[in-house]
Design a protein around this ligand. Structure first.
Ligand code: ZN
Length: 546
């Protein structure tokens, strides 16, 4: 059944391997430095890590290099998953020394993901919503009708994460497992992972790599997902098929991606200190004592790493600064999820986006009161505070109670109670006073960064709500010249008060109040819009090079 498919698969493999080879040899990276999308500020993430890389024992370093090589293959595979025409078009652009190569690689195809997938290469069609997971000439209705007629076992496979849908020679639809569809690259990636496993002396890393090397060839990821949860060493790799957003038809097909990171020791120690304060924070949350949890459960593990390489679905358009995996519900039910924070990515966003925003929206005094330590510590607290506060009301989850308002309220809660928690820990001497002196102004600048992504998205809406609450309660003021400033004597109390409002909404599952808060405060007011209008020249995000 697969025979005729194999022929076309093999032809494509040849071109993908060529693309991978080009990427590995750096040909692609230098092909078009001329005309990249100016909204992305280029940043070198790798060079600042040279000292940390040099400090790795030789065999660990060799293992890391193998992992980066395998990650390049995920990059090439994802390129093929996005559109069947991607590889020939890229090769054509490279051969003609087109200045569009860089943008093509940034966006993983000829469409600008910042402009609703508008094509930027002449002759490119509109972006196919089925990506290259389903035949280009099929319709969603045809695929759905075909799948629903299949016997149960075959239907499960056809609808599953790890199959593509193709047409056979007889034009009939057929499900092809990833292990066959992408056999050449997966074979190569599996070999690299096995070699890295043989090199490393980190037992948990070795366990993951051995199991993931097998999974790439069997499409059975359970054991290696469980092993991934346990990794807790210097090298932190994530590599495989994960997110399903690229399949806009069914959100069913997993896209290949890779993040290769090195643990950040200082932040890891900081996290350990915060983690031991979690029960104390819960017991002092600014809400009615009856809503507090006297015995919080185990929290999801958090790792802070510096990214050495990202590829595939992890590298197109806006750069991922943190991720939560795995997605397999069987694993998350049994083991939870692990959050990985990419510190050097956050650092680059801070320098290239947040500082320029601060220079425009803050008053003169404020510009000297912003710092990366405050910015990053707040990101950590945001994650930790997701785990604190009310999660259910009389056995019903807060998510179910608040319905559509949940995401914006929960994101705002994590933000604002994170800020409250930082003040609490500054007062206790757990967090440096220097961070205490910069955290509110740094946070004010970062609210503009979030609102810029739009208030139709949960995080932007929740951030606008906070900023308006600050303005209405005198904790932030706007000057005649349109710049914003924190009011020092007011901010801490207003932060605690708003944290109390949001925690109480969640504690009571009060959807009416949640909707009211978002409708009245989750909006962009004229003075904020004027500040946003002045940010047009500031980059939207970064474009990392490695
Ligand atoms: Zn969050």
């Amino acid at each position: 059944m697969y025979k005729s498919l194999f022929v076309s698969v093999r032809q494509r493999v040849t071109s993908t391997l060529l693309v991978s080879t080009l990427a590995l040899s750096g040909v692609i990276a230098v092909a078009g430095n001329a005309k990249a999308d100016q909204r992305f500020a280029p940043v070198d993430l790798r060079t600042p890590l040279n000292a940390q890389l040099a400090a790795l024992p030789p065999k660990e370093r060799q293992a890391l290099d193998k992992l980066v090589e395998a990650a390049h293959l995920m990059d090439a595979l994802f390129l093929r998953q996005v559109w069947v025409g991607n590889e020939p078009m890229l090769l054509r652009l490279v051969e003609s020394h087109s200045p569009l190569v860089e943008d093509f690689l940034l966006y993983k195809g000829p469409w600008s993901r910042l402009d609703k997938d508008k094509p930027f290469v002449t002759g490119a069609p509109s972006k196919p919503p089925q990506a290259n997971f389903y035949p280009l000439d099929a319709t969603k209705a045809e695929v759905e009708a075909w799948m629903s007629r299949l016997p149960t076992v075959e239907q499960t496979a056809a609808r599953g994460f790890f199959t593509t849908i193709r047409r056979g020679a007889d034009k009939k639809l057929v499900a092809v497992p990833y292990r066959l569809e992408y056999a050449a690259e997966l074979g190569e990636a599996s070999r690299l992972l096995s070699e890295a496993a043989a090199l490393t002396s980190d037992a948990k890393l070795k366990d993951f790599l051995v199991k993931r090397a097998a999974a790439l060839l069997s499409d059975d990821y359970y054991a290696s997902d469980v092993a991934w949860m346990a990794i807790d060493g210097v090298i932190e790799p994530t590599l495989g098929p994960y997110e399903v957003y690229e399949d806009e038809w069914f959100n069913a097909k997993a896209a290949y991606e890779a993040f290769i990171g090195l643990r950040d020791e200082a932040e890891t120690q900081k996290l350990a200190r915060f983690s031991s304060s979690l029960q104390e924070l819960e017991s002092h949350l600014p809400m009615a004592p009856a809503l507090r949890n006297p015995k919080i459960g185990a929290t999801a593990p958090i790792r802070v790493v510096n990214q050495v390489f990202a590829g595939g679905d992890a590298r197109h358009g806006v750069t991922t600064a943190a991720y939560n995996l795995p997605n397999d519900e069987r694993v998350t039910r049994e083991k939870g999820t692990k959050r990985v924070m990419l510190k050097n990515v956050q650092e680059a966003k801070f320098a290239k986006v947040l500082l320029p925003i601060a220079a425009v929206v803050l008053d003169k005094a404020g510009q000297s009161q912003i710092g990366f330590d405050a910015f990053f510590t707040h990101i950590l607290m945001h994650e930790l505070l997701h785990g604190l506060g009310p999660h259910s009301v009389a056995g019903v989850t807060v998510r179910a109670k608040l319905e559509g308002a949940y995401s914006a309220i929960e994101e705002a809660k994590a933000d604002i109670s994170g800020l409250w928690a930082m003040q609490y820990l500054v007062d206790k001497g757990v967090i440096d006073k220097k961070i205490g002196a910069t955290m509110y102004t740094t946070y004010l600048a970062s609210t503009f960064r979030s609102i810029r992504f739009g208030t139709n998205e949960a995080h932007g809406k929740g951030t606008a709500m906070q900023l308006n609450y600050f303005l209405d309660h005198g904790a932030v003021k706007v000057s005649a010249d349109g710049t914003f400033a924190v009011v020092p004597g007011k901010i801490a109390a207003v932060v605690a008060e708003l944290a109390g409002v949001l925690l109480t909404v969640e504690g009571h599952g009060d959807k009416k109040e949640a909707d009211r808060l978002l409708a009245t405060l989750g909006v962009v007011r004229p003075e904020v819009q004027r500040a946003l209008d002045r940010l047009k020249a500031v980059p939207v995000d970064i474009a990392p090079t490695y």
